[in-house]
Design a protein around this ligand. Structure first.
Ligand code: URP
Ligand code: ZN
Ligand code: ZN
Ligand code: ZN
Length: 463
């Protein structure tokens, strides 16, 4: 078995920071030792002096090749997982989609057909349930037993992914009995559709109106409602892509009551705002996603939520559409702009910048980006930490290197960067996935098909 040692770095996990050498054997972490005290022999040595040694990022929310609005998200599993690795992420959990009238199994098979043999890093799936009925409820039990343990439902997008409150309650009841985790896209989609229609009738067609009709109050209302439905069902609930301060307040209140309620936000809500949606010449379309970007004052509540653990996870909701030919489908009608932003490559760096900016601590960075998502979705121990027995998914991170984010230099298959021109300090230098080099000193040396499908356990957040 090949042995690799990573020497001299500062090992950072969600729990601690220690100067340590790390020994990797057979794709796993075999030991940590105080530098100078160990007598290991290894075929390969990676010198991490002056660098951080961190767990590979776990991005629990991506949409490679998602069909949306008459087109497909522009990253394939091959290009998207490669870009993830460039950005220090070694695990993604993507969303398989059940189509109305079809089974969960058919949706899952379709996503395996897209992903298997293509990924540069390990991957799992959540299941989007678009059609809650007796059969799909029964299938949930089977999927949980097989290691697909989380299911996303929507109070948004009527006619596409939308479920009514009765369907949501049924799915939550099922999750309460089988151990699954319900993930909720919480926005009042029926009310939003009315506001969309009225805006378009007034001739308000620009991208910025996407932000105006998808009101913070309608995110808060739906967040409140799904929390109550989960309480009635006796199930935990994880609210995805939280952007409104009013929604954070709903989560905080429920958690203060002791309810198993969890929340995720995304870099775009922490670093971008409605100012971006208002950029002229249809450039605002680059920033159309749902939930939408909010006025800048919402960001403080999101950062506070991340510090107080009212929000536990930052994932990307990576769902890229090119400006040319895809975002442009919505010229003259903002409601036809495909929803989603690229970001799988940017998350670890943006959150490191947040450490430097004083929003979060270094350990909190690793918690919200690696440990908590792994724990939330039943991967912790294997993923999300650096400890004996864990997969050797590790990043050698240079905390002093500077970079400028740009579509010219990124590796995502999309023709713009949501962070074009943004200067950040900190950069991924080397990435290991199960002990194999994927990025070696800023060079991609991985391969499509190295990434393995992850059967997951049930959420470890609950006990
Ligand atoms: O705008 C977004 N978020 N697109 C992806 C689909 C979703 O709702 O997560
Ligand atoms: Zn030090
Ligand atoms: Zn969503
Ligand atoms: Zn999403």
């Amino acid at each position: 078995m090949t042995r690799t040692q990573v020497t001299g770095g500062l090992v950072i996990t969600a729990a601690e920071e220690i100067h340590a050498d790390v020994l990797i054997e057979g794709g796993r972490i075999a030991a940590l030792a105080v530098p100078g005290t160990q007598t290991w022999t290894a075929e390969r040595t990676i010198d991490a002096t002056g660098k951080y040694v961190i767990p590979g990022g776990v991005d629990a929310h991506t949409h490679m090749e998602l069909p949306f609005g008459g087109t497909f998200a522009s990253d394939t599993f091959e290009t998207g997982t490669r870009a993830a690795a460039w950005g220090g992420t070694t695990t993604i959990i993507d969303f398989a989609v059940q189509t109305v009238g079809r089974s969960l199994r058919e949706g899952l098979d379709a996503w395996h057909a897209k992903a298997d043999g293509q990924c540069a890093i390990d991957y799992g799936f959540h299941m989007i349930m678009s059609d809650v009925n007796e059969r799909s409820l029964k299938e949930m039990d089977w999927l949980v037993a097989e290691g697909l343990t989380s299911f996303k439902l929507f109070t948004a997008y009527p006619g596409v992914f939308f479920s009514d409150d009765g369907q949501i309650l049924r799915a939550m009841q099922r999750a309460a009995s089988n151990g699954g985790m319900i993930m909720m896209h919480a926005e009042n989609g029926l009310a939003i559709d009315v506001l969309v229609e009225q805006a378009l009738q007034r001739g308000e067609t620009d991208p910025r109106y996407h932000g105006e009709v998808r009101k913070a109050l309608l995110e808060a209302e739906a967040t409140h409602r799904v929390i109550k439905l989960a309480q009635v069902a006796g199930a935990p609930v994880y609210v995805v892509h939280v952007s409104a301060q009013e929604a954070v307040a709903e989560l905080a209140r429920a958690r203060d009551e002791g309810l198993p309620v969890f929340g995720e936000t995304c870099p775009q809500y922490l670093f971008l705002s409605t100012d971006n949606l208002a950029e002229p010449d249809f450039e605002g379309a680059k920033y159309v996603c749902s939930t939408p970007l909010r006025p800048e004052e919402h960001q403080a509540a999101l950062w506070r939520g991340l510090r107080t653990n009212d929000l536990q996870v930052v994932s990307t909701d990576h769902c890229p559409f090119c400006f040319v030919g895809q975002k442009e489908l919505g010229r003259g009608d903002f409601s036809k702009i495909p929803n989603g932003l690229p970001g799988v490559e940017n998350r670890m760096d943006l959150l490191h910048q947040a450490v430097l900016d004083g929003h979060i601590s270094r350990r909190r960075w690793i918690d919200i980006a690696c440990a908590a998502p792994a724990r939330m979705f039943g991967l912790y121990g294997k993923k999300g930490t650096i400890a004996p027995g864990a997969d050797a998914d590790m990043v050698i991170y240079d905390p002093a290197a500077e970079q400028v984010m740009s579509a010219e230099t990124h590796h995502m298959n999309v023709d713009y960067s949501a962070y074009e021109g943004k200067r950040v300090t900190g950069r991924v230098e080397t990435v290991l996935s199960r002990g194999e080099l994927v990025i070696d000193q800023h060079e991609f040396v991985g391969r499509a098909g190295h990434g393995a499908y992850l059967a997951r356990g049930t959420s470890q957040y609950l006990g």
